[in-house]
Design a protein. Structure first.
Length: 182
């Protein structure tokens, strides 16, 4: 199958719109050109239909950070919406609540390593549809680890490791009911 005939996903469409947005900010496109191109990109179903809207623009290479650390102490830490996920994410938390929603996140790698260092905390990871997770490398002490993630899928692979003491860790997919999502 030719790459041009392959269907494009919503996330890939959003990346193209972001590229067009950057082109406007750099002065490469007028507002009218931007609006016309965005309309065309949002109607496109294949990669071939997208090409006419971006062929005259430079290709953007967005490289996510290789490593990042999130720290929380006696507080609440939440991350949701569009955010770039590093290849290795370390979460250090003490007496806190951490909720990371990966459903709209941008992944630069097919495998994400999440290292936990949680004490007296709750950690909730909401994974995108099709993602898989390996929680066998978590060392627990008076803690619970619950995973509602399917054992096989073709999406991003999460490898979760680290130490969890008197804490709870929950992995799940996004819940949906009618128009609501949480």
């Amino acid at each position: 199958m030719d790459h041009r005939d392959m269907r494009i996903s919503d996330a890939e469409r959003e990346r193209v719109v972001a590229q067009l947005n950057t082109a406007v900010a750099e002065g490469r496109l007028t507002i009218a050109e931007f609006e016309d191109r965005v309309d065309g990109v949002l109607r496109a179903r294949t990669f071939g239909e997208i090409e006419p809207y971006v062929t005259d623009l430079p290709v953007q290479q967005v490289k996510p950070p290789e490593e990042s650390e999130l720290r929380s102490r006696s507080s609440s830490l939440k991350r949701r919406g569009r955010w770039t996920v590093p290849r290795r994410l370390t979460i250090v938390t003490l007496s806190s609540s951490v909720k990371l929603d990966f459903t709209e996140a941008i992944f630069g790698a097919a495998v994400v390593d999440v290292v936990l260092d949680a004490h007296s905390s709750s950690v909730e990871l909401v994974l995108p549809a099709g993602a898989v997770a390996d929680v066998d490398s978590i060392y627990t002490h008076a803690s619970t680890v619950k995973s509602r993630i399917e054992p096989s899928g073709g999406g991003v692979q999460f490898r979760i490791s680290g130490e969890v003491s008197t804490s709870s860790v929950k992995l799940r997919y996004q819940r949906r009911f009618w128009r609501w999502r949480w």
